[in-house]
Design a protein around this ligand. Structure first.
Ligand SMILES: Cc1ncc(COP(=O)(O)O)c(C=O)c1O
Length: 389
């Protein structure tokens, strides 16, 4: 299918909810995507921090084809071994105790909000504090925790019980917490917000308030989790553990999956019938999730994220001091380049030179390449980025 045909079909048959680049995807391999018109693109967006093992990774291909021959989906009325094994892996790597599986990041956060409300209901605590520049999803409830008015326009009314505080501002959280506060919902490293890294003081303040005010901590690791920042989970860079953690994106390496992982005493408030979803924890998604985590471990991809993240930051250091560049920042393979002005033209120039990156909050370039990325691909990407200025 060529670009013209794709555009015609899209405009005729698909909701007009995405602005798309002129690339019709045919296939991918490693860090590269290939268009139906034979062009090769270096993919430093990775499906927005999803394809951590790159495209068409042999372990994922093998797992999907073998699992599809056995069983793809069954109801949660029956035991699903891969669901339990992935739950075990998530608990062992996070220090949490129980997992619930769903299908996306928004669904995981929606579930985490329900879990919090149920856990705190006896104490009359029902408010969730979220933070400036956050993104937690686009369901009706998670939109209330996503700091972007535009995303809510025309979709109301919305449920009450959500309070905004400033990210990395310890005074503001102390001010916003009250006896109705049930939980903090926070991304340890904000993705859509422009690669904003939580400060140690901020995280410690959340932890202190948890003790003093009986507030739960929910870490949204949908974008920063599963090895990307150089630890299994970004919260492990700090001295604070969550009561609840949410995951999606990279967990399935491209196959849709989400998860809520929680302390036992928290997860215990949900009983059979209290929460559920048809596809959640199905044999295909959970066996792929397990394959992704095992491959990250066996191929030392967390170590690679640390090394390649440092290398990438060094390679883009040529931008420091350029008049249109405000800041360069990153942790592992989550790197942000903040422009003084809009960066959409720059993204387009990179695209025209066959590099896929994106721009978030209008002014921040986000680089989230696959965790398998090598120096060679980083060299190639940064050459294109130099040329695009
Ligand atoms: C931190 C974070 N939470 C939640 C979401 C929502 O995930 P999904 O798009 O899978 O619903 C995203 C998506 O970008 C995200 O970055």
């Amino acid at each position: 299918m060529n670009l013209e045909e794709a555009k015609n079909l899209e405009s005729k048959y698909v909701f007009n909810t995405y602005g798309r680049f002129p690339l019709v995807v045919d296939r991918g391999e490693g860090c590269y995507l290939y268009s139906t018109e034979g062009k090769k693109y270096l993919d430093f967006l990775a499906g927005i921090a999803v394809n951590s093992l790159g495209h068409a990774h042999p372990n994922i291909v093998k797992c999907i084809s073998e699992q599809a021959k056995k069983v793809i989906h069954v109801s949660n009325f029956y035991h699903i071994p891969s669901q339990y094994l992935l739950g075990k892996k998530l608990c062992e790597t996070s220090g949490l105790d129980r997992a619930f599986f769903c299908n996306s990041g928004a669904e995981a956060n929606e579930g985490a909000i329900k879990l919090t409300r149920r856990f705190q209901s006896q104490k009359g605590k029902d408010e969730i504090i979220y933070f400036s520049h956050s993104f937690h999803g686009r369901t009706i409830a998670t939109l209330m925790t996503t700091d972007k008015d535009k995303y809510r326009a025309g979709f109301g009314p919305f449920p009450p019980g959500f309070v905004k505080a400033e990210f990395n501002d310890t005074n503001d959280i102390v001010e916003k917490v009250n006896k109705k506060t049930a939980a903090f919902l926070v991304e340890p490293v904000q993705g859509e917000g422009g690669i904003n890294i939580a400060s140690k003081e901020f995280m410690n303040a959340l932890s202190d308030l948890r003790e003093d005010k009986e507030v739960l901590i929910i870490f949204d690791e949908v974008q920063c989790g599963i090895g990307r920042t150089g630890k299994w989970f970004a919260f492990q860079h700090y001295d604070v553990e969550p009561d609840i953690m949410t995951l999606a994106k990279a967990l399935g390496g491209g196959v849709p999956i989400g998860a809520i992982v929680a302390k036992k005493e928290v997860s215990d408030v949900l009983k059979p019938g209290d929460h559920g979803t048809t596809f959640g924890g199905n044999p295909l998604a959970t066996s792929v999730g397990l394959t992704v985590m095992n491959t990250i471990e066996s191929d030392k991809l967390i170590e690679n994220a640390v090394k390649m993240g440092d290398y990438l930051l060094k390679k883009i250091d040529f931008m420091t001091g350029m008049p249109n560049i405000k800041d360069l920042r990153g942790i592992g393979l989550m790197v942000g380049i903040e422009f003084e002005g809009l960066c959409s033209d720059y993204v387009k120039k990179c695209f025209d030179n066959n590099l896929l990156i994106n721009c978030t909050r209008d002014k921040i370039i986000r680089l989230v390449p696959p965790l398998i990325v090598s120096k060679k691909e980083i060299d190639e990407a940064t050459e294109i980025m130099k040329k695009a200025f």
